[in-house]
Design a protein around this ligand. Sequence first.
Ligand code: FMN
Length: 346
Amino acid sequence: MYTNERMRHMLFTPITFRNVTLKNRVVMPPMCMYSAADDGMVTDWHVTHYATRAVGQVGLIIVEATGVEPRGRISNRDLGIWDDAHISGFKRVVEQVHAQGGKIGIQLAHAGRKSEVVNSTPVAPSAIAFNEEYSLPTALTVQEIQAVVQKFAQGAKRAVAAGFDIIEIHAAHGYLINEFLSPLTNIREDEYGGSIENRVRFLQEVLIAVRNVIPAEMPIIVRVSADDYHEDGNTPEIVAAMLNLVKHHGIDIINVSSGAVIPVMPRAYPGYQVAMALVIKEITQLPVLAGGLITEPAQVLQLVKAGIDLVYTGRELLRNPYWPLQAAHLLQQDVAWPEAYLRGKW
Ligand SMILES: Cc1cc2nc3c(=O)[nH]c(=O)nc-3n(C[C@H](O)[C@H](O)[C@H](O)COP(=O)(O)O)c2cc1C
């Protein structure tokens, strides 16, 4: 199963994006911990949680969806980055990850119509609720859209101040940016709705604003839902066409996920999003980060062999924070262990 020496080696070969070199291809994707208080501040839980995966030698850790404004949180327990007071908590997380030689990004997010923050009215491109259990959102005016763009830029500036290596813009899972991208959630008749050029405009403005406030050598990841799983919705080809319109503003990696724009569940199996990621890679010529139900080193190798540049493994890393060390052992790769754990090395 693990016979291809070059592939085995590749998984643990460093890879560089702008000035950020990751020590391997294993990525922890953003996963909400719902462990902040209502103020969006980092807690000890976050420091322990992220630092532990860095001890496990995850190449890139992406901090969970972090609200660029209070009404942009999914829940009242989300992390936030709408205030300078948030910076010091993130600094603690970043320092602990860097101390282990890991790299760390943050997912800047706005929940749009899927925000369930109490006593707050969600906003969206159009006034359409996710389903009957969710609140009816208010459609943003053009002026309000501009204000949200600035919230992303301010969040990015704070992320730089906290020492993050990479910014991820959350344009997936039916949250605000994705709501603009999808024709199922965006029925605007102004310059933000209709054609793909119009639907991608909000993402484009966020990208430009974020690029403007971060160092030129800092990579940007955009996470997309490649498929809406609806005949009138986005497909990998359509999403790739939209990315092609904006990639020159400085996208370095596309993080490929799918669905959650409307309440339908796809049939999921290990690697079910790989084909979509390869379509996006082929059309955009950008590196892709892909995954979904990946638990075995052999599966990661298959993805890398297929042309996937980086592989995320989320829930497996919740179960086993030392998964990369275990994978290296199974693949007979000699990776560096934290010195304090050397007595436990296989
Ligand atoms: C507890 C949990 C929280 C998640 N939160 C986020 C999030 O904040 N942002 C995001 O883009 N995806 C989020 N996801 C999706 C994961 O990033 C990932 O795409 C998904 O779990 C599939 O990968 P896996 O099968 O390896 O877990 C979350 C998933 C889980 C399990």
